[in-house]
Design a binder for this molecule. Sequence first.
Ligand SMILES: CC(C)(COP(=O)(O)OP(=O)(O)OC[C@H]1O[C@@H](n2cnc3c(N)ncnc32)[C@H](O)[C@@H]1OP(=O)(O)O)[C@@H](O)C(=O)NCCC(=O)NCCS
Length: 170
Amino acid sequence: MRAAIGCPGLAPIGTTPRGGPLLPAGWTGSISHKDTIAVGLASPSKSHTVGVDVEVDRPLVHDIARLILTARELEEIAPLAPEPRAREVLLRFSAKESIYKALDPYVGRYVGFAEAEVTPLADGTAKVALLLRDDEDPSKREGPFEVDVRWFRRDGLILTSARILRSELL
Ligand SMILES: CC(C)(COP(=O)(O)OP(=O)(O)OC[C@H]1O[C@@H](n2cnc3c(N)ncnc32)[C@H](O)[C@@H]1OP(=O)(O)O)[C@@H](O)C(=O)NCCC(=O)NCCS
């Protein structure tokens, strides 16, 4: 498998001090697992990181919307009927977890759910706004970042991924 995707040798996949997967130099990757499903995403990269997340596509027992969505996102989903709304909340949750995993190598800190706004689009992409903490000292700023989120639903699952690139500081 590694040879098929051009990953050299048998270097082990380790764990970063923050719990993420540590791939061989020049590679980025991410892992997610739920129940009996596990997914992994790996890509050769000198410039970007990736994150992946899988969720079982059924409404959660508790409504977590207010815990994970911003006021603007709550407004966006307000017109939805209860069942599609619950599935939309789960999709946005998954996208944010993917973003978290891809951001972690850059920021190395807990990133709250209110620090990203995600609007999934019908074509499987999403509009994303990062609302990361800022710093007056440009050398301490975390971004800016370009974030590319993809998602799909299949076989009772939601799969999301994020690809993040740190843009040149303005
Ligand atoms: C770390 C976190 C994203 C894991 O998600 P989860 O739904 O609990 O579990 P998943 O199965 O999807 O992912 C687990 C994998 O995430 C990876 N992971 C753990 N910490 C990580 C980190 N800091 N950075 C990147 N990947 C990480 C590991 O590979 C782990 O696999 P392992 O348990 O086999 O080692 C989640 O627990 C969390 O802390 N979220 C923080 C808040 C957040 O998502 N904010 C959104 C901001 S936009």
